[in-house]
Design a protein around this ligand. Structure first.
Ligand SMILES: [Zn+2]
Length: 189
């Protein structure tokens, strides 16, 4: 496990993936200790804000009866349905007023695990001259992994904030970290 912690600088952005009630304890698709990422991410939000760096927050935002739900043949119980409390960001996450929200999972015909999947986020980052992305959130082995791999694929330097993420399964988490390392991600404490 890494012992160093990367420092943020100009050209960096913080990307918080899906820290929503349904992925936290008590939610429809709860990840064990999912809410433990909140205080860690709040520290990163402070660091980004101190340096005037942008904060992005993605959210899973499904229509009722989404294709990713089990009743429709998908993998998951119904979760993060648009405008429900389960889809809201965790109340203790201190998102700045100018946080850019990235909405995904709205397509009727397919799921979008990555915050880059058909959202235009890569173009947005390039437009704002963002070169390096710090990523944390939920879940490590699903949407965080997909987001980090896409960020690398798009040519961004990418730092995974290990203490700011939790996996659905421990085994999945280990595999996810390996695949991100292989893809070129920096794993930070
Ligand atoms: Zn989803």
């Amino acid at each position: 496990m890494p012992e160093h912690e990367e420092t943020m600088k100009s050209g960096d952005a913080l990307l918080i993936v899906d820290v929503q009630n349904d992925f936290c304890p008590g939610g429809a698709l709860a990840i064990e200790k999912g809410d433990a990422v909140v205080p860690v991410l709040n520290r990163w939000i402070s660091r980004a804000s101190e340096k005037d760096l942008p904060v992005y927050a993605s959210r899973d935002w499904h229509p009722v009866g989404h294709v990713s739900f089990r009743e429709q043949g998908g993998s998951w119980p119904p979760h993060c349905i648009q405008d429900t409390s389960g889809a809201a960001f965790h109340k203790d996450l201190n998102l700045p007023a100018d946080t850019v929200v990235v909405t995904k999972g709205v397509r009727f015909d397919q799921d979008q695990n990555s915050a880059f999947d058909q959202t235009g986020l890569a173009e947005e980052f390039r437009r704002r001259q963002i070169r390096r992305i710090f990523v944390g959130g939920l879940a490590l082995d699903v949407c965080v992994q997909a987001t980090v791999l896409d960020a690398l694929e798009e040519g961004f330097e990418t730092v995974l904030l290990l203490s700011a993420t939790r996996p659905v399964t421990a085994e999945g988490g280990e595999k996810a970290i390996e695949s991100m390392k292989k893809g070129g991600a920096v794993i930070s404490g």
